[in-house]
Write a protein that binds this ligand. Structure first.
Ligand code: FES
Length: 159
């Protein structure tokens, strides 16, 4: 009989530990489950604001004219965290665009021999003067930046 009492005490003492362990396990599982569900939602919601913040890193950039190639060429550069393109046309005019294709985000390139801006991913073609879509899948034109050439610098800024 004394053994039964000891066992009974032992069980009574052990049962809450198991319950606590079970509750702890369930709590950890619930936290992991919430994290697994919540993280993609967080990423989905955070990405646009993160991008907007990145694009807002700088509002203008001055490039010394002496560092730029002559007319009929384009210079790729980073404008904040985004690739950008500054085209110096043969008539000595300047234009600048965000170089991220509006279709699926590839970086576009200038093709002076074809007088166009071209996206190599799916063949999107943009007008080299306006950034408007000429052909292909891009749903809209490239974002245009303001360009001012003065005092030995070409300054690109957001409009
Ligand atoms: S990503 Fe440029 S055309 Fe598809």
């Amino acid at each position: 009989m004394p053994e039964m009492e000891t066992t009974g005490l032992h069980l009574a003492h052990t049962a809450p530990k198991r319950r606590d362990l079970l509750q702890l396990g369930m709590g950890a599982f619930a936290a992991c489950y919430a994290g697994a569900l919540g993280y993609p939602v967080y990423r989905y919601l955070a990405t646009p604001s993160t991008r907007a913040a990145a694009e807002g890193e700088i509002s203008s950039l001055a490039i010394p004219t002496k560092d730029l190639p002559g007319p009929g060429t384009a210079t790729m550069f980073l404008f904040g965290s985004q690739p950008a393109m500054l085209i110096h046309h043969a008539d000595n005019s300047w234009v600048a665009f965000n170089a991220v294709c509006t279709h699926l985000g590839c970086t576009v390139g200038f093709e002076p021999e074809n007088k166009r801006i071209f996206c190599p991913c799916h063949g999107g073609v943009y007008d080299m003067h306006t950034g408007a879509v000429v052909s292909g899948p891009p749903p809209k034109g490239l974002t245009v930046y303001k360009v001012e050439a003065a005092n030995g610098n070409v300054t690109v800024s957001r409009t």
